[in-house]
Every structure is written in C-alpha cells, then in structure tokens.
Design a protein around this ligand. Structure first.
Ligand code: HEM
Length: 500
C-alpha cells in the first residue's frame, strides 16, 4: 500500500509524455507542469520569508543547482546509493528537493521512531497516498476515509487472515503452483518474475477473494486488473485526477467493471442460505464499532486493496528469493533437505509443517532484508516535527526507507551478504527497534505479513521439490530502480526437474 517517490525521477517527464502521445494530453501535461512549477516558485518565496529570524534548527538541506527537479535525476538513477551517501555526509536526518517537493528522510532505527510512533494527524498517510489509491480501490476505503475508519477496516481484514483460513490457503496455493508450473516442462530457462507475478494473482484471488471470483479470473479479468494497476503511475501521482488521460480512463473503466463483477458475487453470497468460511464471508459479516455492516462498495474496494497490496510485494520477494537460492546451490540443497526432513517422503507441507521450515523462513526473512519491496514509506508533515534535534516543517514529505535501514553499516555485520543463518545468532539489530522493518511499523503496519509468509513459503516449498534452479551463465539480476517496486532486471532462471 505504500508507494515510492523515486518515480518522480529523471524519467518522470519523458516517461509520462512518452506514454501519452496525443496532442491534447501533451498540452494538458505541459500546463500542469507549468502550474506545478509556479506553485513551487511561490512556495520557495514563501519559505524564504518565513525562514527569516527563526532560531529553529532545520534538517541539513542537500543543495541542488537544478531548480524544481532538484535531486530527482540522481535519486531516480540510484536511490539507495543517493541516500547512503547523504547519510554519510549529513547524518540520519536530512532534506532535499525533488520535483518541487521537499523530502526529509529519517534513516536508521532511532530517527525512524518519529514516523512509527507518530499520530496520523501529525504525519499523515492520506495526504501522500490517497491520490493514487482512491481511484484504484474506490471511495470509502483505505486512504479515502479518516484513519480511525481505515484502522477498523484493517481489523476486519485481519480477522479474515486467520490460522483456520491459512490452513486452507496452503492447500490452495500448492495446487495452483503445481498446475501453473506444468507449462514449464522438465527443463529450460524462463522469466521467473513474470511467472510468479501470474501465479500470485491466481493464488491471491483464490485465497483472498474466494472461489467464485477466482473461477471468473480469465484473460479479460486479468487485463482489467492490469489496467487498474496501471493507475499506480507517475501521471496519477502528479497530475489532477480529472484530466482526460487514456491511462486514467482505462483505470476508471477497469475499476467499474471489476466492482460490478464483485457486486454480483457479494449479492449471491448474501442471498445464499449456506455460509462459506473465507475472507469474503468475514467481510460480509463484519461490522464497524457502531454496528454498521460494510456495504458492497466497501467490500469490493477492500478486495481490490487486498489483491493489489500483496501482488507486487509478494511476487518481487518470491522472485528475489528464487535468485538467492539459485546463486547458492548449497543453500538450495539445504532447503530441499529441510523439506524432506520436515515433511517426509510425501513432502507436501501442511500449515504446521510450513512453520517448521525454519531455514526457508530465514531465507525469506533475509530476502526481505536485502530486497524489501517497499523501499520508502512516506507521510506528510501536518505539524512541525522534531527528529535528532531538528525541526521538520509542515509540508515536508517525511520518509523512512527499510532498504537503507536494513543495510546500515553500524547495525548489520557483513551487511551485503545473503546470510540466512545470521538470525540463528543473537540478533545484531536487537536493540534497534526499527532496524528491520520490511512490513513497516506503528499504525500503518502491514496486515498481510503472515499471509505473505504462508504464500511465499508454500510456493517455494513446491518449487524446491519440483526443480533444481541455477543462474543463467552466472548472471544474478541487477536491481531495476525504474519500477515502482525494485524488481530484478532480466529475471531469467535456469531449471531442471528433480529426480524424486
Ligand atoms: C512481502 C509482502 C509484503 C510486504 C513486504 C508489505 C509491506 C508493507 C509495508 C512496508 C507497509 C507499511 C506502509 C506504510 O507504512 O506506509 C504495508 C502496509 C499494509 N499492507 Fe503490506 N506488504 C506485503 C504484503 C501484503 C499483503 C499480502 C497484504 C494483504 C493481504 C497487505 C496489506 C497491507 C495493508 C492493508 C497495509 C496497511 C496500510 C496502512 O495502514 O496505511 N500487504 N505493507
């Protein structure tokens, strides 16, 4: 559910214009850029006058000679390197400008405490996420509603993400994985990330939406999801939502059509005498504190949110895990041996056995350390905030980066090594509450962590039993920083069926 600001990088204008090639769009875009620039200039003027005479200490500001764009190009090219260098030079709290906005990063566990302990009224999530999420999820849910309501909705979803349901999910995910990978045959080289993305739409739809909606998931519906997902774009972030852009229209049409599909299923469920035992039913039966049940629109919005929140995060993580295992064949064999030891000859882990696959679990944990899919969490400062003795002014976009926290030299031994056994020893980051935060923390913490673990561990248990994996000619994917979530570049893997 969190989104990334490195989108607003050097690629921003070229990429957006490139995608929107009709004249009207270009004119509107140009007008919007001019408006944003004017807004930026007036903000600068305002800032200069209000800075005068104040004895408050603001965070160190990284200067840039490029007006408006600021550091967008350097950040867009290599965000982690940019932040690490800034940390070295300026310390844990610093500010810089990108595309007319000022971003203040809180790096390391101590500085991050401000964000994770903050109230939503002070460091606000809706202000930064809502313009992207509301057109995709719809009104009445997530960042479109006051945070206390969203917290109630999260609680309802959490009720559905329970152990009894997970026990069923393990079976469903295993069956979907076996069926999906039949198309891979006995050996070859294939795009692992693409395959896992397709598989995870299927597994997530089965587990989170229920069998009726899963049974309707054909190519046309998959395209609708893709169009809806296309709503998480640079253009949606930057430009007013009422603009008649083709990608906005596609997103809005997909939203309506998907909701219509969901409405029919929900109606049928409501009329049915028999009750299913799944997440959809949990939502149909749920009520707010004041006793009001969720309406169909809210349920549908929450179903969309569930699917999209887990889609890119889980597929990217699963793909990186695959490449880490392919790179270290000895570790891969240890994971396979663990499957045999825990699950026996039949080797189909159930939910309880899944929990005992501790090496696989540590591999996943380490993947999330080195490749956390959400690279930055953001909030808007609605009131002045204090961190490390600095005052962060109203209007700054305050950010925490799991990726940087997970590899800080002061915290992690052999920080760039993929070393799942590091968690067997005393946790090096034990004293630092927010040194490891792939799922965030505080009031906006992820509710999907347990489901994600169940899903990814089941998929990889199944795949480890099917195949040996290898890098193709020793190539370990580099990181693609241009995607919303840091995906692997050219993610092709070599595989060969295991002899049982
Ligand atoms: C590997 C998988 C996943 C990762 C790494 C991940 C990561 C995160 C992070 C970092 C946040 C905090 C965002 C912020 O503070 O701005 C978050 C929030 C959230 N995630 Fe996940 N997530 C994953 C999977 C899922 C899944 C599968 C679901 C749903 C089933 C889900 C639902 C949510 C929800 C509802 C929030 C709450 C947002 C809020 O309160 O503002 N996530 N996730």
């Amino acid at each position: 559910m969190a989104f990334h600001l490195y989108e607003l990088s050097s690629r921003l204008l070229g990429d957006t214009v490139g995608k929107m090639n009709d004249n009207l769009t270009s004119v509107v875009l140009a007008a919007s850029v001019i408006t944003l620039t004017l807004g930026y200039i007036s903000k600068l003027l305002l800032k200069q006058s209000s800075d005068d005479g104040s004895d408050l200490k603001y965070p160190p500001y990284i200067p840039s000679s490029i007006p408006f764009l600021g550091h967008a190009i350097a950040f867009g090219k290599s965000p982690i390197e940019f932040l690490e260098q800034a940390y070295e030079k300026y310390g844990p709290v610093f500010s810089f400008t990108m595309v007319g906005s000022t971003f203040t990063y809180l790096l390391g566990s101590d500085a991050a405490t401000l964000m994770f302990n903050s109230k939503n009224e002070d460091l606000n999530a809706e202000d930064v996420y809502s313009r992207l999420t509301t057109p995709v999820f719809g009104k009445g849910v997530a960042y479109d509603v006051p945070n206390p309501i969203f917290l109630e909705q999260k609680k309802m979803l959490k009720t559905g993400l329970n152990i009894a349901h997970f026990k069923e999910h393990v079976k469903i995910i295993e069956a979907e994985t076996v069926e999906y990978f039949q198309r891979w045959g006995d050996s070859g080289e294939k795009n692992l990330f693409e395959a896992l993305s397709e598989l995870i739409i299927l597994t997530a739809s089965s587990c989170l939406h229920g069998k009726e909606i899963r049974s309707m998931l054909n190519e046309r519906v998959a395209q609708l999801y893709a169009d809806l997902d296309g709503g998480f774009s640079h253009a949606a972030w930057l430009l007013p939502g009422w603009l008649p852009l083709p990608s906005f229209r596609k997103r809005d049409r997909a939203h309506r059509e998907i909701k219509n599909i969901f409405f029919k299923v929900i109606q049928k469920r409501r009329q049915s005498a028999e009750k299913e035992d799944d997440i959809l039913q949990t939502l149909i039966d749920a009520t707010y504190k004041d006793g009001r049940p969720l309406n169909d629109d809210e349920i549908s919005g929450m179903l969309i949110g569930l699917l999209l929140a887990g889609q890119h995060t889980s597929s990217t993580t699963s793909a990186w895990l695959g490449f880490f295992l392919a790179k270290d064949k000895a570790l891969q064999e240890r994971c396979y041996a663990e499957q045999r030891a825990v699950c026996g000859e039949g080797m189909q882990p159930d939910f309880d056995q899944l929990k005992d696959l501790s090496l696989l679990e540590r591999c996943l944990k380490e993947t999330l350390r080195l490749r956390p899919p959400i690279m930055t969490m953001m909030r808007m400062a609605r009131s002045p905030q204090t961190a490390a003795g600095y005052t962060i002014p109203v209007g700054h976009q305050v950010c925490v980066s799991p990726t940087v926290n997970h590899r800080l030299q002061d915290t992690w031994v052999e920080r760039m090594e993929f070393s799942p056994d590091r968690y067997l020893n005393d946790n090096p980051a034990a004293g630092e509450k927010f040194a490891y935060v792939p799922f965030g923390a505080g009031r906006h913490r992820c509710i999907g962590e347990n489901f994600a673990y169940v899903q990814i561990k089941t998929i990889w248990s199944t795949l480890l039993r099917m195949y040996h994996f290898d890098l193709v000619d020793g190539y370990f994917p580099t990181i693609n920083y241009t995607t919303m979530i840091h995906t692997p570049h050219n993610p092709v893997i070599r595989y060969k069926r295991r002899k049982q």
